[in-house]
Design a protein around this ligand. Structure first.
Ligand code: IPE
Ligand code: IPE
Ligand code: MG
Length: 243
């Protein structure tokens, strides 16, 4: 089975560069190249959703030069790649709190999303200034606002099952990720898609992101194909439905 939605934590750019006595930013530049290869791979394999973690809500804590460089890379990638994405039938979405970005970056994101909105071959989502905790908080805000607009009083008691956050999550347009890949050797989510990856298969590899190529992706998919996804049921139940 091919996953419908692959999410990736692209980690290890800095270490890749350090090993080569290069500045950390050289690793980020190489990382952008890898994104192209993985996008092509997903198109070739008919994977309809690819989501990439590019910048977390915690990454602002990095040295200002590195943050600025990452923002610059984002701008140049949008300026340089959107036409190609569009030609290839890719819909681009950006999730995260875009408010702190420069007006120029925000405008580039808005125009890229609008231009590619009609495409459906692959939905490529870039998570930028994204945090899973932020997502749940903003979704709750959206839910509360809708409830208020419907004239419900804030004093009314609510039970957990009444709080339907799903329509308000940043990626409400996509199915939940089936496969979550993290490169760079760490085995943590670092505040990525906390809600959405409740039943994602988690794949960790020591390969650093700038070295993660199509062959590595192939390995991850082969591993995924061996998983039995039970969603809380027993193996017997799952097998009887599959038969
Ligand atoms: C991932 O690579 C890219 C971003 C978080 C922006 P890192 O920059 O985290 O690289 P390492 O983990 O320090 O090697
Ligand atoms: C996770 O990588 C975020 C991205 C890949 C964008 P980090 O390098 O920021 O994660 P930690 O700090 O090692 O957990
Ligand atoms: Mg890292």
């Amino acid at each position: 089975m091919v996953p419908q939605h692959v999410a990736m934590i692209m980690d290890g750019n800095g270490r890749w560069a350090k090993k080569r006595y290069l500045p950390r930013v050289a690793g980020h530049a190489r990382g952008v190249k890898r994104v192209r290869d993985i996008v092509e791979f997903c198109i070739a394999r008919d994977i309809p959703y690819l989501t990439l973690f590019a910048f977390s809500t915690e990454n602002w804590k990095r040295p200002v030069d590195e943050v600025n460089h990452l923002m610059g890379l984002f701008v140049s990638a949008l300026e340089g790649e959107v036409s190609k994405l569009h030609k290839n039938g890719i819909r681009l979405r950006v999730i995260g709190d875009l408010q702190p970005f420069t007006p120029r970056l925000q405008a580039l994101i808005a125009s890229a999303e609008a231009r590619t909105a009609g495409n459906d071959r692959l939905t490529l989502t870039i998570a930028a200034n994204y945090g899973g905790q932020w997502d749940i908080q903003q979704a709750f805000g959206g839910w509360l606002k809708a409830r208020h607009a419907a004239g419900r009083s804030t004093a009314e008691p609510v039970s957990p099952k009444d709080i339907d956050l799903e329509p308000y999550l940043a990626m409400a347009y996509a199915p939940n990720p089936d496969l979550l890949i993290r490169t760079g050797g760490e085995q943590r989510t670092s505040n990525f898609l906390l809600w959405q990856s409740a039943y994602a298969e988690l794949y960790f590899t020591d390969t650093l992101w700038p070295a993660f190529d199509a062959a590595q992706m192939e390995q991850a998919l082969a591993w995924y194909a061996q998983r039995e996804r039970r969603f809380g049921q027993t193996s017997q139940q799952v097998l009887s439905v599959a038969r």
